[in-house]
Design a protein around this ligand. Structure first.
Ligand SMILES: Nc1ncnc2c1ncn2[C@@H]1O[C@H](COP(=O)(O)OP(=O)(O)OP(=O)(O)O)[C@@H](O)[C@H]1O
Length: 265
């Protein structure tokens, strides 16, 4: 390897926020994810695409150990966040999930006020010393969730009373309130109308300045709009991982090409 290529490779490796090596996932006897290797870059949006059932959500859930909550699920392999093994015995999954936050398909605000939805995480993780501190965190998080202006005058009202798009932005605010480094999003726009989808996509683009964002999406247009890197999964394997424009304009694998041209999936 010439020096230049070596330097490029080194830069790429040190830029990785998460590295996954030889990850396999089983649900009882079903081998759902096979030998996945991937590097998730920092301050970048990475999209996971692929046909239904190919393992996108399963792999996403590996990244903050949400699969631990599924009894029949077993994960093997190595996943590192900033070079530390997230599955090490010393790692508390609750702490990990504060660092690697998650936003789900269906907006799921707690049955609490808008304020308390956002304050919940900082409270349980002891991030605020006083009520004034907490107020600052709540406002900052709602601003990051691009929903502050819409809710600032009704912080004591229930989060469940907001529109679907507002609820999803509230859930994003809640996820960023614990100062995560990575945000995982599992089809975050699938329950939203086109206007709310556009708002959340705009927000994702903002969020990548501060976080590493990983998004599972069924929409190739969405992957193309919001992500810089894309991973294509098929039948439990990671078929191809590359810059998003390469995946969509010059796929290297025939399965990727079939998927993006609508022949499979
Ligand atoms: N909790 C579970 N128990 C048993 N099997 C599961 C569970 N969750 C997922 N699976 C199986 O694992 C495989 C991968 O599912 P996964 O939900 O990760 O795919 P996906 O690509 O995210 O699909 P979709 O796009 O439809 O959401 C599928 O065969 C699915 O049936």
């Amino acid at each position: 390897m010439n020096d230049m290529r070596k330097i490029e490779r080194d830069v790429k490796m040190t830029d990785s926020k998460i590295t996954a090596r030889d990850v396999n996932v089983y649900y009882a006897d079903t081998h759902a994810l096979k030998n996945v290797d991937v590097d998730i870059a920092d301050k970048t949006v990475t999209a996971f695409i692929g046909p239904s059932g190919c393992g996108k959500s399963t792999f996403l859930r590996c990244l903050n150990r949400m699969n631990d909550t599924i009894d029949i699920c077993r994960v093997t392999g190595q996943i590192e966040l900033d070079g530390s093994d997230i599955n090490a015995k010393s790692v508390d999954p609750v702490q990990l999930r504060a660092q690697v936050g998650m936003v789900f398909q269906k907006p799921n605000p707690f049955p609490k006020s808008i304020y308390d939805n956002v304050a919940y995480g900082p409270r349980i993780h002891g991030l605020a010393k006083s009520k004034a501190d907490l107020d600052v965190i709540v406002e900052k998080s709602l601003r990051r969730g691009a929903i502050w202006d819409e809710v600032k005058d009704r912080l004591d009202q229930p989060g469940t009373g907001l529109s679907g798009g507002q609820q999803q932005r509230l859930c994003i605010a809640r996820a960023v309130a614990t100062e995560p480094e990575v945000l995982l999003m599992d089809e975050p726009c699938s329950a939203l109308d086109p206007i709310a989808t556009a708002q959340v996509e705009e927000l994702i683009d903002e969020l990548r300045r501060e976080y590493s964002v990983v998004i599972v999406t069924h929409s190739m247009q969405q992957a193309a709009r919001v992500s810089q890197n894309t991973a294509f999964f098929h039948l439990g394997t990671l078929v191809e991982f590359n810059e998003t424009n390469q995946i969509f304009t010059n796929p290297q694998d025939s399965r990727t090409e079939s998927y993006i041209t609508g022949r499979i999936g």
